[in-house]
Design a protein around this ligand. Structure first.
Ligand SMILES: NC(=O)c1ccc[n+]([C@@H]2O[C@H](COP(=O)([O-])OP(=O)(O)OC[C@H]3O[C@@H](n4cnc5c(N)ncnc54)[C@H](OP(=O)(O)O)[C@@H]3O)[C@@H](O)[C@H]2O)c1
Length: 347
């Protein structure tokens, strides 16, 4: 299976690290659009680099050994994982993927409805892994959307129609660690967070209301989820009872904030400083009558990378879900990372 990663930003460079290490994938290379320090990084990692036709001479003038054009790379590939900045996935689909008849995975910044829609379905491995098998175009849900699916689906399976509704407040990081853009000292609100409709696209029967605020931090997202039950909150001792066997959900007890977890991920030497998961902060759980409040942080850049890898296995290989989780776990070492974090942040 020949795979090309089109785009080499925060998500593209992580996708390239993972897909280039997967022995069952023939890694075609990465698509780069501007000349900056990331080009040197890609060459240092020995990735074949493809650029737009009109940029070939500029890159070659800088003595970069370019492997060809974006179009050459797509022609060589069985799948493109598009990691373009928001909205550019749509133009890539129209200009390249459709005319060249190539399947593509898009990222969460692309649209599922309206004029610039790129696909009919948003993938969340915990909810609709099987439904993306053999699809030609699929969006991998964004980091917040991936995290919400990972937390809500086990709740639905455990408590089903005892749950009345979910209200979620997303506290979103301003920028990623590697971003050079300035962090504005402000709290910004979102008139109409796309996350609500995105989650409802794969969990259509839940009652869900989402608010979203952006805060001056680079350290992950934080979600406060309030779950209202029809009667009293069911009896369980710990959120570990619900999430013990969940892929990519750590239950922590004494992190003081999102930066503690990110710092630990770096200290442990996790690639790119990613945990690739959500972290429930169990000590903040509250139950009152019919209301359960949980708080969890979401590794913004890391969580979607194993999700893309799972999506690839369903879409292109039709692999059974259990086997796909095993494969992804062995590539990303999620279970090992989870154990380390749970031990570090135990009571
Ligand atoms: N950052 C996150 O935490 C996060 C999490 C989940 C999902 N996502 C989604 O992932 C996607 C990428 O986000 P990002 O954070 O990686 O953005 P980013 O860091 O701004 O990187 C975007 C990349 O797109 C490249 N590019 C420009 N034109 C392109 C084209 N026509 N085709 C392909 N690539 C093109 C840019 O290349 P040059 O640098 O060479 O100009 C840049 O490297 C977005 O849909 C975003 O919503 C992001």
């Amino acid at each position: 299976m020949r795979v090309f990663i089109n785009g080499y930003g925060n998500i593209g460079r992580r996708l390239a690290s993972a897909f280039s290490h997967d022995k069952e994938i023939q890694f075609v290379g990465i698509g780069k659009y501007s000349i900056d320090s990331k080009v040197d990084e890609a060459f240092a990692k020995k990735y074949p680099v493809y650029v737009p036709e009109e940029m070939i001479s500029k890159f070659r003038n800088m003595r970069y050994d370019i492997s060809g054009t974006i179009s050459d790379a797509i022609k060589e590939s069985d799948l493109v994982v598009d990691a373009a900045k928001d909205g550019f996935g749509y133009s890539n689909k129209i200009n390249f993927y459709v005319p060249m008849n190539k399947p593509a995975i898009f990222q969460g910044g692309e649209d599922r409805t309206g004029e610039k829609k790129v696909a009919d379905i948003i993938h969340n491995s915990r909810v609709n892994y099987e439904e993306v098998t053999n699809q030609k175009y699929v969006i991998q849900g964004s980091c917040n959307v991936s995290g919400m699916g990972r937390i809500m689906q086990p709740m639905i399976e455990k408590f089903g129609d005892k749950i009345q509704r979910y209200d979620v407040t997303l506290i979103r990081r301003w920028a990623d660690l590697e971003d050079t853009k300035e962090i504005k000292d402000s709290i910004e609100w979102d008139k109409n967070p796309h996350h609500q409709d995105d989650v409802k696209s794969f969990l259509p029967s839940v009652k869900l209301y989402v608010e979203s605020y952006k805060v001056p931090s680079r350290m992950m997202h934080l979600h406060q989820m309030t779950i209202r039950f029809k009667d009293e909150v069911p009896n369980f001792d710990s959120l570990s009872d619900i999430y013990e066997n969940e892929f990519g959900v750590a239950v922590l007890n004494k992190a003081k904030g999102t930066a503690d977890i990110r710092k630990k991920a770096h200290e442990f030497g996790f690639e790119h400083g990613d945990t690739n998961m959500v972290h429930i902060h169990e000590e903040t759980m509250r139950k009152t009558d019919d209301t359960l409040k949980i708080l969890y942080s979401d590794d913004q850049t890391g969580i979607v990378i194993p999700e893309n890898h799972l999506l690839f296995q369903s879409m292109m290989l039709g692999r059974p879900k259990k086997k796909a989780y095993e494969q992804t776990d062995s590539l990303f070492q999620i279970s090992k990372k989870r154990n380390l974090l749970e031990k570090e942040f135990a009571t």
